[in-house]
Ligand binder design. Structure first.
Ligand SMILES: Nc1nc2c(ncn2[C@@H]2O[C@H](COP(=O)(O)OP(=O)(O)O)[C@@H](O)[C@H]2O)c(=O)[nH]1
Ligand SMILES: Nc1ncnc2c1ncn2[C@@H]1O[C@H](COP(=O)(O)OP(=O)(O)O)[C@@H](O)[C@H]1O
Length: 205
């Protein structure tokens, strides 16, 4: 494995909590983070662009990527595959840049195994009622699917303990500010670790 220099940030949480919304706002404000564009087998939605929103793959192509260990993690989500390109993440981190992933919970737990030093942020709904309203409000799911997703959300919320930070997405800008604060504080922590490390090296000379 390539040595990590940049910091890997992972934003995750239940479907409909607002991961995509928070990520979009964050990237409008912040330019020194590299967003890792995921691979997916789901159909391209109107307005989406291949290589910008996702890399769209056939099921066969995706399964070949899995076999060739080209994915850092992947998950099946509502009958489609989603996955993170491994080389892009490793090479970008090795070049000293930070990488940001916005992925669902199963995938985040796989990343945790391979990159325990990553910074895991769980986006939390203000309430389950509000989560239901957001999924319904988005209008992309049938009533039955919404119930499935809410059931799934309860299981996902149980995984919260595995994360480093929890951010409540009550108001988008407030949640984005908190994510920005986490990024800044992780940089300070990294600088402190590096300073300690330098001191030890100097002491040995
Ligand atoms: N595990 C994993 N999940 C992903 C990846 N990319 C996107 N997702 C998640 O897949 C879910 C579905 O994404 P999408 O089809 O774009 O729908 P939407 O985000 O719910 O509008 C969301 O929870 C995304 O965060 C990925 O590379 N890996
Ligand atoms: N803080 C918020 N307050 C109110 N609505 C929100 C907030 N964040 C997101 N939403 C809305 O909730 C719905 C789900 O958001 P989305 O970003 O698609 O969630 P996810 O990517 O987690 O599935 C969207 O309609 C979005 O506009």
């Amino acid at each position: 494995m390539i040595e990590q220099k940049g910091i890997l940030f992972i934003l995750s949480g239940p479907s409909g909590v607002g991961k995509g919304t928070v990520r979009e706002h964050l990237f409008k404000q912040k330019t020194d983070l590299q967003y890792s564009i995921s691979m997916t087998t789901r159909d391209k939605r109107e307005g989406e662009v291949d290589g910008v929103d996702y890399f769209y793959k056939s099921r066969e192509e995706f399964e070949t990527l899995i076999e060739q260990d080209e994915l850092l993690e992947y998950a099946k989500y509502v009958d489609n595959y989603y996955g993170t390109p491994r080389k892009y993440v490793e090479e970008t981190l090795a070049s000293g840049k930070d990488v940001f992933l916005e992925i669902e919970v199963q995938g985040a737990m796989q990343v945790k195994k391979r990159f325990p030093q990553g910074v895991f942020i769980f986006l939390f709904p203000p309430s389950l009622d509000e989560l239901k309203n957001r999924i319904l409000g988005r209008g992309t799911e049938s009533e039955e699917l919404v119930l499935n997703r809410l059931r799934e959300a309860r299981n996902e919320i149980e995984m919260m303990h595995a994360y480093d930070y929890v951010v409540v997405n009550d108001e988008v800008q407030r949640a984005v500010d908190k994510v920005q604060a986490i990024i800044a504080s992780e940089h300070c922590r990294r600088e402190r670790i590096e300073a300690d490390y330098k001191k030890i090296l100097e002491a040995e000379l």
